[in-house]
Design a protein around this ligand. Structure first.
Ligand code: GLC
Length: 540
C-alpha cells in the first residue's frame, strides 16, 4: 500500500528516450525496449511527459486531442504494451494530465472561436477588454506580454496563463469539468497508475486575486480525487504546483486531494547550498515546510524538462543564482536557468553525487530526470527548453548514440556533440560496464535507499554541526534511524556533531559496507569528511 511514499520516480520524454521505428523520433516501441534498463536501475515508477496529438509548440503540453496518441509515438496499442510491460517489471506508470489549457488547434477551441454564440464559446475564458484579472502574473515572461490574446475574428480577448497558443479552459463551465473527468477515465482504463497533473494552480480566475490556488480550484481537484478513488481505487495524483510550501500544503487537503506533490522551493536551495558551502537555505525552507497529512508525500527533484525554475526564491537570490549558474545569457529562460545537472555542477562528479545524495536522503520521493543519471549535458543553442530535451545517449555509437538508427538529419533534435558531454564520453552502455561510473553510483544509491524504510518515510531532524558546511540530519521511522552527512564545502572538515541522543549507537555505513565508524558517544561525534563527501549511516 501507498507504494508512492518511498518510490523512486523517473521522468522521461517519449520523443527523446528511444526510437523504435527508425524515424529519428522517440516512441513507445523504443521505450518498450528500454524498460529493462529502468528496472535494472531500480526505478519504481515512470512519468511519461505528453504524447497526445499536438502541434508541439509547447512540446506536447499544447494538446489537440486529449484521448489519443500522436502517431509519431505509435498507437494506443503501443501505449498499452508499454503499460503492461512496465507492470510486468514492477514499474508503475504516470502520464500527464493537462487540465488548465488546450492548444489553440484543439477542436474545442476552434469551435469556440468560430463565433460568439457557438455552444463551445464558454469552454474558454473571453473578455471584451484585456484589463481583467490584472493581478495575475505572467509565467512565460520571455515570450508573452499579457495573459490575454486578441481574437480578431470575434473581437474579444481570450485568457491564457502560458503561451498565447494555449487558451485556458473555463472551469466555471460544468461541461468542461465533466469533459476533463472523461479524459481521466479514458487513460485510467489503460491501467495506468495515475497522473502528474500539470499546472493545477491556475484552473480558475477571480477578480481581485492573483488567480492562483483559489478555493474553487481545490474544490474541483477534490472532485477529481473522489472520481478516481470511486472508480479506480489505488491510482494516484501527483501535483505540479510551483508555489511556496504553505501554498502547496492545501493541495494535499485532508488527505483527500493529491497523494503526492512536487516540492519546488527546496530545489534551487540545494544548488545554493552546494555553491555557498552553507546549509542555511536548505534548513530554512524545510523549517518553513508544513507537515502534510498521513499517506501523502512530497516529490523532490534536481532537474526536470523545464528550466530550473527560480520562481520560489527572492529577487536577490534569483540574481545570485543567475550570476552563479547562468554566466552566458543564453542559459537564462523566463525566471530560470535552462541547463542540466552535470553542467550546472561543472561536471564535477563529487558535486553531482552530493546533490544526488541530498535528493535520496531528504524527505520526499525522488524523481530522476532522464539522462541525469549518466551526467548528460545540454545544448543552449537550441531554443526554449529544448536544450535539456536532447536524445538519450545509450551508446557511444556514432551518429545515433543508440537512440535511433535514422539519419541524424531526421532526428527531432541533435544529439549532444561536444567533447565533454557527447556520446563517446557520456553513454549508458559504457557506464553500465564501469562499476565506478556515475550511473552505477546512482544505482547503488537507489539500492541502498531501498534497504531502509527510514529514508523513504522517516521523520526529519537536523543535527547541527558548528560548521555550516556540514548538512547532517537523521531520518527515523519505526525504530530505525539513518544519519545522512554531507560536506557542502570544497575543503575537508572534521565534524563535531551533537549526537548524544544516540550515544551507544554503532553506525553502519549503508553505502560502503566495508567502512567502519566509531560508536556514538556523549561527546560531539568526530568524523573527517572530504570535500563534497556524503555518508549514510544507520544508527544501530
Ligand atoms: C508545466 C510544464 C511545462 C509546460 C507548462 C504549460 O509547467 O511542466 O513544460 O510548458 O506546464 O503546460
Amino acid at each position: 500500500m501507498s507504494w508512492y511514499m518511498d518510490a523512486i520516480f523517473y521522468e522521461l520524454y517519449p520523443r527523446a528516450f528511444a526510437d523504435g521505428d527508425g524515424d529519428g523520433w522517440g516512441d513507445f516501441k523504443g521505450l518498450l525496449g528500454r524498460l529493462d534498463y529502468l528496472q535494472w536501475l531500480g526505478i519504481d515508477c515512470i512519468w511519461i511527459t505528453p504524447f497526445y496529438p499536438s502541434p508541439l509548440r509547447d512540446d506536447g503540453y499544447d494538446v489537440m486531442d486529449f484521448t489519443n496518441i500522436d502517431p509519431r509515438y505509435g498507437a494506443l496499442d503501443d501505449f498499452q504494451a508499454v503499460v503492461d510491460a512496465a507492470h510486468a517489471r514492477g514499474i508503475r506508470v504516470l502520464v500527464d494530465l493537462i487540465m488548465n489549457h488546450t492548444s489553440d488547434r484543439h477542436p474545442w477551441f476552434e469551435e469556440a472561436r468560430s463565433s460568439r454564440d457557438n455552444p463551445k464559446r464558454d469552454w474558454y475564458v473571453w473578455s471584451d477588454t484585456d484589463a481583467k484579472y490584472g493581478a495575475a502574473r505572467i509565467i512565460f515572461l520571455d515570450t508573452e506580454p499579457s495573459n490575454w490574446a486578441y481574437d480578431a475574428a470575434t473581437g474579444q480577448y481570450y485568457w491564457h496563463r502560458f503561451f498565447s497558443h494555449q487558451p485556458d479552459l473555463n472551469f466555471d463551465n460544468p461541461d468542461v469539468q465533466a469533459a476533463m473527468l472523461d479524459v481521466v477515465d479514458f487513460w485510467l482504463r489503460f491501467g495506468i497508475d495515475g497522473f502528474r497533473a500539470d499546472a493545477v494552480p491556475y484552473l480558475y480566475e477571480r477578480e481581485g486575486t492573483n488567480c492562483e490556488n483559489l478555493p474553487e480550484t481545490h474544490e474541483y481537484l477534490k472532485h477529481v480525487r473522489r472520481f478516481v478513488d470511486a472508480r479506480y481505487p489505488g491510482r494516484i495524483l501527483l501535483c505540479e504546483a510551483n508555489q511556496w510550501p504553505e501554498d502547496v500544503r492545501p493541495y494535499f487537503g485532508d488527505g483527500d486531494e493529491f497523494h503526492i506533490g512536487f516540492h519546488f522551493p527546496v530545489m534551487p536551495r540545494l544548488y545554493m547550498a552546494v555553491r555557498k558551502g552553507d546549509r542555511t537555505d536548505v534548513i530554512d525552507i524545510l523549517a518553513r515546510t508544513p507537515a502534510i497529512p498521513p499517506g501523502t508525500q512530497w516529490c523532490t527533484f534536481l532537474r526536470n524538462h523545464d528550466e530550473l525554475t527560480l520562481e520560489m526564491v527572492t529577487e536577490e537570490e534569483r540574481q545570485w543564482m543567475w550570476q552563479q549558474y547562468a554566466p552566458d545569457p543564453r542559459m537564462k529562460l523566463n525566471l530560470g536557468i535552462r541547463r542540466r545537472l552535470a553542467p550546472l555542477m561543472d561536471n564535477d562528479r563529487r558535486k553531482i553525487e552530493l546533490l544526488n545524495s541530498l535528493l535520496f536522503t531528504l524527505p520526499g520521493a525522488p524523481i530522476i530526470y532522464y539522462g541525469d543519471e549518466i551526467g548528460m549535458g545540454d545544448n543552449i543553442r537550441l531554443e526554449d527548453r529544448n536544450g535539456v530535451r536532447t536524445p538519450m545517449q545509450w551508446a557511444a555509437d556514432r551518429p545515433g548514440a543508440g537512440f535511433s538508427t535514422a539519419d541524424p538529419a531526421q532526428f527531432y533534435a541533435p544529439v549532444i556533440d561536444d567533447a565533454v558531454y557527447g556520446p563517446p564520453r557520456v553513454n549508458v552502455a559504457a557506464q553500465r560496464e564501469d562499476p565506478g561510473s556515475l550511473l552505477n553510483t546512482v544505482r547503488r544509491l537507489i539500492a541502498a535507499r531501498k534497504t531502509t524504510k527510514a529514508l523513504g518515510r522517516g521523520e526529519l531532524a537536523f543535527v547541527l554541526d558548528p560548521d555550516k558546511a556540514v548538512l547532517a540530519y537523521t531520518r527515523a521511522c519505526e525504530g530505525e534511524t539513518v544519519l545522512a552527512l554531507h560536506n557542502l564545502g570544497d575543503a575537508a572538515i572534521e565534524t563535531n556533531l551533537p549526537l548524544a541522543a544516540y550515544a551507544g549507537a554503532e553506525p553502519q555505513d549503508l553505502l560502503d559496507r566495508a567502512r567502519t565508524w566509531p560508536p556514538v558517544e556523549h561527546e560531539p561525534y568526530r568524523a573527517v569528511l572530504e570535500p563534497y563527501e556524503y555518508v549514510w549511516l544507520r544508527l544501530a
